[in-house]
Design a protein around this ligand. Structure first.
Ligand SMILES: NC(=O)c1ccc[n+]([C@@H]2O[C@H](COP(=O)([O-])OP(=O)(O)OC[C@H]3O[C@@H](n4cnc5c(N)ncnc54)[C@H](O)[C@@H]3O)[C@@H](O)[C@H]2O)c1
Length: 360
């Protein structure tokens, strides 16, 4: 007999991020079962079926997200498919965890958030880097007031992808934007989490390589945003696929610095259990350890000491979704967070096209 708290999941999109993150994350959640899989590519779907033993499969998302025995859906497909699949799942009463960027533009993302709210289902955007223990502790310290009044937000994401093919990520109608949606979207979410809403911005997007791996590349390799926040703080955000020699993996630089009236903090994803901080007028920065209670989300069954911590923090994302479904509380981050990141992304594209400051 399945328990009354059992949650049945369907996953749409069985590519990279589902195998690396969603499946192992769900496997750690008690009374959760993946019952159905969808991938539009038959060979990818068959590989996932063999790997998971899940027997209900389809290449059409409609066959999977509308099933009565499915309670919750994870959408891990290329960006252009997120909105139609999510709206279909929401219409059929399913809770939805959707990959970032939530949609191709703010209007579509807002429609997803509105539909989920009307339907009363749980909704979550996969801003996975919020679950780095050091980021969770930093957000806690900022909310507690340790930063004081925020002066500056500074974020730098530097990777070396060279000229290699990046598949659907280099096609405008499939991805929407390049480096902006792929990498900077997470850092826009950091800015919202740590400082608050932006007021206006000016941005630039640049493409160096019109061909990647022999295929046309239509999208940006580099992006930067200069922003004013509503609370008066300033922001500088930069992200590049062409920081030669820095490596391509998540071990490459992901840096956030916050300067406030009381002190400063530096977060680096690679230093998952440390922050640097310095007090105003003090001698310089010192390193502080992240308390153990922040090493994983409360209630998560994950062993915070097991595995590579730069991989395993991501599994807490599934627990956040499952716990929110069970307790009927909002997910953090929600579709609202995904939609407000897209408002910033739309403004960045408009600014880059017009050379103007854009009000948000
Ligand atoms: N949160 C994170 O840290 C993170 C990391 C990587 C990727 N992502 C996001 O996850 C999504 C998927 O990225 P990925 O790297 O796994 O890509 P991927 O190309 O490895 O996998 C996507 C899969 O979706 C399938 N697909 C395409 N259209 C479909 C449709 N209409 N219905 C069903 N399946 C379909 C493809 O066949 C493919 O197997 C993207 O939105 C990406 O931005 C997020």
């Amino acid at each position: 007999m399945p328990s009354a708290r059992a949650i049945n999941f369907a996953i749409v999109g069985c590519g990279g991020i589902t195998l690396q993150n969603h499946l192992p994350g769900l496997a750690l959640c008690p009374d959760v079962k993946v019952v159905a899989l969808c991938d539009s590519d038959a060979a990818t779907l068959e590989r996932a079926r063999q790997q998971t033993g899940v027997t209900i499969t389809s290449t059409r998302h409609e066959d999977i997200v509308r099933r009565e025995d499915v309670h919750a859906v994870i959408i891990a497909t290329p960006n252009f498919t997120h909105a139609p699949i999510a709206l279909d799942a929401i219409t059929h009463g399913k809770h939805v965890l959707c990959e970032k960027p939530l949609a191709l533009n703010h209007a579509d993302a807002q429609a997803m958030a509105d539909a989920a709210k009307r339907a009363g289902v749980r909704h979550m955007t996969a801003f996975t880097y919020r679950f780095v223990p050091a980021m969770r502790y930093l957000a806690h310290l900022v909310q507690r007031g340790d930063l004081g009044a925020p002066y500056h937000f500074r974020s730098c994401r530097l990777q070396d992808w060279g000229t290699r093919r990046v598949g659907w990520r280099q096609v405008k109608k499939l991805a929407g934007t390049g480096e902006l949606g792929d990498m900077l979207s997470h850092r826009i979410d950091f800015a919202h989490l740590l400082v608050g809403p932006m007021k206006r911005l000016v941005a630039n997007l640049k493409q160096w390589h019109p061909v990647r791996g022999g295929q046309p590349n239509e999208l940006d390799d580099w992006v930067t945003i200069l922003a004013d926040f509503q609370n008066g703080a300033t922001g500088v955000l930069e992200s590049s696929k062409l920081a030669s020699g820095r490596n391509e993996s998540w071990r490459s630089l992901d840096y956030v610095e916050l300067n406030g009236s009381e002190r400063s903090f530096v977060f680096i994803t690679g230093d998952w259990n440390k922050l640097q901080t310095g007090k105003v007028g003090g001698p310089g920065f010192e390193t502080i350890e992240i308390p153990r209670e922040f090493w994983k989300l409360p209630g998560s069954a994950r062993d915070a000491g097991a595995g590579d911590p730069l991989v395993t923090f991501r599994y807490d994302q599934a627990w956040e979704f499952v716990d929110a479904i069970r307790s009927g509380r909002p997910c953090a981050p929600s579709f609202h967070d995904g939609a407000r990141a897209l408002a910033v992304m739309d403004a960045a594209v408009k600014s880059a096209e017009t050379g103007q400051w854009i009000e948000l």
